[in-house]
Ligand binder design. Structure first.
Ligand SMILES: Nc1ncnc2c1ncn2[C@@H]1O[C@H](COP(=O)(O)OP(=O)(O)OP(=O)(O)O)[C@@H](O)[C@H]1O
Ligand SMILES: [Mg+2]
Length: 392
């Protein structure tokens, strides 16, 4: 595999510039590409879906994925924006962890409106927000206490209708699952779903495996929801190990140091302390690079790696959470087998191999694409990667 690597003239640049280069460097590794294609596919062709949920372990690169999607949607919308200046191609908001145990909807609506950067709030949503005074450059929406959550919600609905983004993305959406007793999980998702339905704008929920709590909700709701899994590389699969080693190999070439570090040689250690998540690995390498640059070292050594590795207990916690999420997804697959048996289709499907309809087809396509990347052989029982249509 020939890799171009960092521009050699960087070696003459100050450490801050070298560090900035590595921090900005983004690698299109196979699992990121698969999740990206799956997400873009549903955004282009929602086919009745109003919600997409993208879940994966912490630090796998979910926010990185959605930044890529945002960028692409903006590029694609450019010709239309010339004609339609009011349109915003994509809007992204972060759901904030509640202080009190209860997700704060009022705060969410305000942040969502801010994400639209809305002068519109004054003009078109004036009715809903007549008690709100708007000032400044559109960054901040001061709201008087009299503005109710319902009014803010209506203002958001109008902003969605008028700005018509291709997708409204909620990062850290697992925080929506946080509520004290009194409000049901179903109500939380219903709030988002009805906003999506009333405005006709696809909502994308991105978060950790805690988002899986939404999967068990009613059929009516899940019929309009598409689930995408963005997993880590798993040591049980030869193909994943090879892909993870390829990631290390690529990072080696982009650490702007005199001598190429040998991460591949230490792949087991790199895997152990990143649990196979590329984002965790990248942040770790960044911390190690800071030390190497400060010391003026010619390369990044195992000592640098050890100095900055996450502790065993941190990794154990992340791995336990990841395993729990992966196990839940596996249960869903088993449930699919049960459904086929209820429908009397188990035998037919075992002959044709066409279980899971659109989902398995897309995944087969993704898997064969990954094979062409020479990342080894895929075990047939591998957990789902990529898109999964929820069929009621
Ligand atoms: N493919 C990639 N190439 C380079 N850097 C990456 C890649 N994916 C993630 N990173 C980096 O890894 C770090 C963690 O990634 P990111 O924030 O996207 O993960 P996440 O899944 O959103 O994590 P969290 O669950 O904590 O929100 C970031 O610094 C990001 O820039
Ligand atoms: Mg994130």
């Amino acid at each position: 595999m020939s890799i171009r690597g960092f521009p050699r003239e960087l070696l003459d640049r100050p450490p801050e510039e070298r560090l900035a280069y590595f921090k900005d460097y983004a690698l299109a590794h196979p699992l990121l590409r698969t999740a990206y294609s799956a997400l873009m596919h549903v955004i282009r062709e929602p086919a009745g879906a109003s919600l997409i949920s993208v879940c994966g372990p912490t630090g796998v690169g979910k926010t990185t994925l959605l930044r890529r999607v945002q960028k692409e949607l903006i590029v694609q919308a450019l010709p239309d924006l010339e004609k339609n200046r009011g349109r915003i191609p994509v809007v992204c908001v972060e759901a904030i962890a509640p202080d009190s145990g209860n997700f704060n909807w009022k705060d969410y609506y305000i942040r969502a409106l801010e994400a639209f950067n809305e002068p519109l709030i004054n003009k078109k949503a004036d009715v809903a927000l007549r008690t709100a005074s708007y000032s400044g450059e559109g960054k901040h929406i001061p709201t008087r206490s009299r503005v109710t959550t319902d009014e803010l919600r209506r203002a958001l609905e109008q902003a969605l209708r008028h700005r018509r983004p291709d997708a409204f993305i909620i990062d850290e959406a697992q925080h929506l699952t946080k509520m004290a007793s009194g409000r049901r999980l179903q109500d939380q998702l219903d709030s988002i779903k009805s906003l999506a339905n009333l405005s006709g704008i696809l909502h994308v929920l991105v978060g950790t495996y805690e988002l899986l709590a939404f999967r068990e909700l009613s059929g009516q709701l899940s019929r309009r929801k598409v689930d995408i899994h963005f997993p880590r590389y798993r040591a049980e699969y030869k193909e994943d190990i090879q892909a993870f080693i390829n990631v290390l190999h690529t990072f080696e070439h982009h650490l702007p140091l005199q001598e190429k570090p040998n991460l591949v040689q230490n792949w087991e250690y790199c895997y152990e302390r990143s649990i196979g998540s590329v984002g965790v690995l990248k942040d770790w390498l960044t911390r190690a690079l800071v030390s190497a640059l400060e010391e003026g070292a010619s390369t990044l050594s195992l000592t640098h790696l050890k100095q900055h590795a996450l502790s065993i207990s941190q990794c154990e916690k992340m791995a336990t959470e990841a395993l729990e999420g992966e196990a839940k997804l596996k249960e869903d697959d088993e449930a699919n087998g049960k459904l086929l048996r209820i429908l009397g289709m188990a035998e037919i499907v075992s002959k044709t191999g066409n279980a899971g309809t659109a989902n398995s087809n897309k995944q087969k396509a993704a898997a064969s694409k990954r094979k062409s990347n020479r990342v080894g052989e895929r075990k047939p029982e591998r957990d789902p990667v990529g898109v999964k249509d929820h069929a009621g």
